[in-house]
Design a protein around this ligand. Structure first.
Ligand code: GLU
Length: 712
């Protein structure tokens, strides 16, 4: 019996997080120490210094944070940067109007003069990283008061940042890894003049739309092109017509030789966030409560947006980017639930925990450090249940309301005494993409959801008014609110700004009486009074518990490194081009081609619209140098462990040449932010040959290829 028990545990542990081999998002600085051996065995033909080095130009110098959430890579010595269409979409949309609809028609600057500047867009290069764990922990002593401890850590972090940036134009940050068991310093150089060079139409760049998003097989050329400009001495500068294209230390060579099933690939980029070491109870809460609620809230928001977008081109353009941002996570979360349930991840996490406890019980010292964990975790998740719904409603129902956002923003600006031009500019930007009825109807739906999910004790006072005067009908209340709110329409905002010019005091007084601000403040007050402290308390406990649990997992893993969760710092992941079996009896191949795209074409279905020019190129098999044996490769999948933030990351071959552009993951594997299964999890990339084909053959912007180094 005892032996059977042990066998069972061993069986369960196999295939759980602690023993899986292929996954991982590796810290570039540590490749030399831990990863270079396995990577070479897997096929890499470079040295660690070719990937990350501070002594020589290397791949890290060609890869940057694009905007605040994506990755991009330099593909020419003249500042040309490639990223996803969905990363450039905000800018493409911003430059679009009904007359110049770059979403529908695409945009191509036919000379450098035609490139479009983008206020606020940045491209940020990592210049250096360093393990600073000891320096951050300096001065910490056993039994220190937690607040003093945190203060000390913050001081140390601040000092490290100061030392790293003083007298330079660099930025720096110190980030915790492994739940604060390690710290790294990152030094960055941020470029602020980034111009739009080219983008295919949505029908090519996001072919398949919401239907295909997070799915395989895929047929989109999810790319856009920008150019980074620098001021004097190749250094960052704000926009100026005198700026020159930035000359990067390294730009990527492009391989148009193609990929095949089984080929080595790696991805370098800035994955945003993963939680690979979650306790089983966290998985349960995610699957049963949090994700279903967030999905329902987004379904309601999407329903409203899409209803209005269908009826007007103006609204379609205004809300295109907003809609795709909302629907993106909405769809992914559904895949995550499916993956976690179908693959019994809760049970696997229970097995992980059992393995940990088994290891802990082998040794008295370990028990002293870790045996409080099971009870404390159970207690934590009981407490968390109460605040979690409120937190989700705040982030998914209240914060996204555009009217609330704007009134709050303008209030902040006025309180800071910002100039009327600055505020006017802000307000103009807001109204450019604001269609009041959309936000009004979303408001009504979100308030109803809040009403249905929260206990009465946590209703804001204005709910009583809705109950009495509007007979509980939030739509009727919304009607009045948006009619009376200053930012419900341009005229109200214009009057307020007029007042501000004459008397900031009076404008502030007027704004404080704004019904939207009053509603928002009621929520804020409620949260600070009733919810905030509980949330902070739970977060602090959670941080402490995970830090201890993680320390235990690291101790248990010994010499074999565990990788740290993604935290928007540069990571490398490697794998191979490989198909998968999504379900019993079905096998997916690793590549797609243009004929598959045409097969998907359906008249009247906007997700599968195909521009005529592309049909023509297909019918004539006019693929230039990019096709192979009469077919045009389009997308491929590989086993690289990627996440959000890896959008726009380069997929590189064994020589470090660009073979694809990462843009997504597939349905059965979207759970990989929580649990990576090498049989199911794949990243999706556009084949670089398809990108080149679209630029050259479709867009006729082949001149851009002259500045790239393409190896056929
Ligand atoms: N397509 C993904 C997104 O939009 C990015 C890449 C990923 O998460 O795998 O968030």
């Amino acid at each position: 019996m005892r032996r059977m028990g042990l066998m069972l545990i061993l069986f369960m542990v196999a295939g759980t997080q602690l023993l899986r081999a292929e996954e991982g998002m590796w810290i570039p600085l540590l490749i030399e120490k831990y990863q270079i051996g396995p990577m070479k065995e897997a096929g890499l033909r470079l040295d660690a210094e070719d990937i990350y080095s501070i002594n020589q130009a290397c791949l890290k110098d060609a890869v940057a944070i694009f905007g605040s959430g994506c990755t991009g890579e330099m593909i020419s010595g003249d500042g040309l940067i490639l990223t996803n269409h969905h990363c450039g979409e905000g800018m493409i949309q911003w430059h679009s109007s009904v007359e110049h609809d770059y979403l529908t028609d695409g945009f191509w600057a036919m000379s450098r003069e035609e490139e479009l500047p983008n206020e606020g867009l940045t491209v940020t290069f990592l210049r250096q990283m360093e393990d600073v764990t000891d320096a951050v922990n300096q001065g910490l002593v056993q039994g220190m008061d937690p607040d003093d401890r945190q203060r000390r850590i913050n001081l140390n972090r601040g000092e490290l940042i100061r030392e790293a940036t003083e007298g330079t134009h660099y930025d720096a940050e110190v980030k915790p890894f492994y739940y604060g068991n390690a710290y790294y310093l990152f030094v960055y150089e941020k470029f602020r003049d980034v111009r739009l060079v080219g983008a295919p139409p949505v029908s090519i760049g996001s072919f398949g739309g919401d239907t295909d998003n997070w799915m395989w097989p895929r047929h989109s050329a999810d790319f856009s092109l920008f150019r980074v400009y620098a001021g004097e001495e190749n250094k960052p500068a704000g926009y100026s017509p005198d700026n020159q294209p930035y000359q990067p230390g390294k730009h990527l060579e492009i391989s148009a030789a193609g990929i095949e099933e089984g080929d080595f690939t790696m991805v370098l980029g800035f994955p945003a966030s993963t939680t690979m070491y979650l306790h089983p109870e966290a998985i349960r809460a995610m699957v049963e409560t949090s994700l279903p609620l967030k999905i329902a809230l987004r379904s309601a928001r999407l329903e409203v947006m899409e209803r209005y977008m269908e009826t007007s081109d103006v609204v379609r353009i205004q809300y295109a980017h907003k809609q795709s941002r909302v629907s993106n996570a909405w769809k992914k979360w559904q895949g995550v639930i499916l993956g976690l349930k179908r693959n019994h991840i809760f049970d696997k996490k229970v097995a992980d925990e059992a393995a940990f406890l088994e290891w802990m019980n082998e040794d008295g010292e370990r028990q002293m450090k870790y045996d409080h964990l099971p009870e404390d975790f159970a207690q934590l998740y009981r407490e968390k249940e109460q605040s979690a719904v409120a937190v989700d409603l705040m982030s998914e129902a209240i914060n996204p309301l555009e009217l609330f956002g704007e009134v709050n923003r303008v209030l902040g600006m006025m309180q800071l005494g910002r100039s009327s031009e600055e505020i006017e500019n802000q307000v103009a930007q807001f109204f450019k993409d604001f269609h009041m009825p959309v936000d009004r109807d979303i408001f009504a739906a979100m308030m109803q959801a809040y009403h249905d999910h929260m206990p009465e004790a946590l209703y804001p006072p204005f709910f009583t008014r809705v109950e009495k005067r509007d007979r509980g009908d939030f739509s009727s209340y919304a009607e009045t609110l948006y009619r009376k709110a200053v930012f419900g329409e341009r005229e109200g905002a214009r009057k307020l700004l007029e007042t501000y010019k004459r008397s900031p005091e009076k404008a502030l007084k007027r704004l404080r009486k704004d019904p939207a601000l009053i509603c928002l403040n009621q929520f804020k007050e409620l949260y600070y009074r009733e919810i905030y402290h509980g949330v902070i308390n739970v977060q602090e406990k959670e941080a402490k518990l995970y830090k201890t649990y993680m320390a235990g997992l690291l101790e248990m893993s010994g010499e074999r490194p565990l990788y740290a969760d993604a935290n928007r710092t540069m990571r490398l992941t490697y794998g191979k081009v490989k198909g998968y079996r999504p379900m019993d009896g079905v096998e997916y191949r690793a590549t797609t081609s243009l004929s598959g795209l045409l097969e998907k074409y359906k008249k009247g279905n906007v997700d599968y619209a195909v521009p005529e020019k592309l049909v023509e190129l297909y019918e004539n098999r006019d693929y230039g140098r990019y096709g192979v044996n009469g077919t045009m490769p389009v997308c491929f999948i590989a086993t690289n462990h990627t996440s959000g933030g890896n959008s726009g990351s380069p997929v590189l071959d064994a020589e470090g040449r660009l073979v694809g552009l990462n843009f997504d993951r597939e349905w059965e594997g979207t759970m990989s932010d929580v649990f990576y299964d090498p049989n199911l999890c794949r990243n999706i990339a556009v084949d670089i040959r398809y990108v080149l084909f679209i630029i050259d053959k479709y867009a006729g912007a082949g001149y851009l290829l002259d500045e790239m180094e393409i190896i056929f």
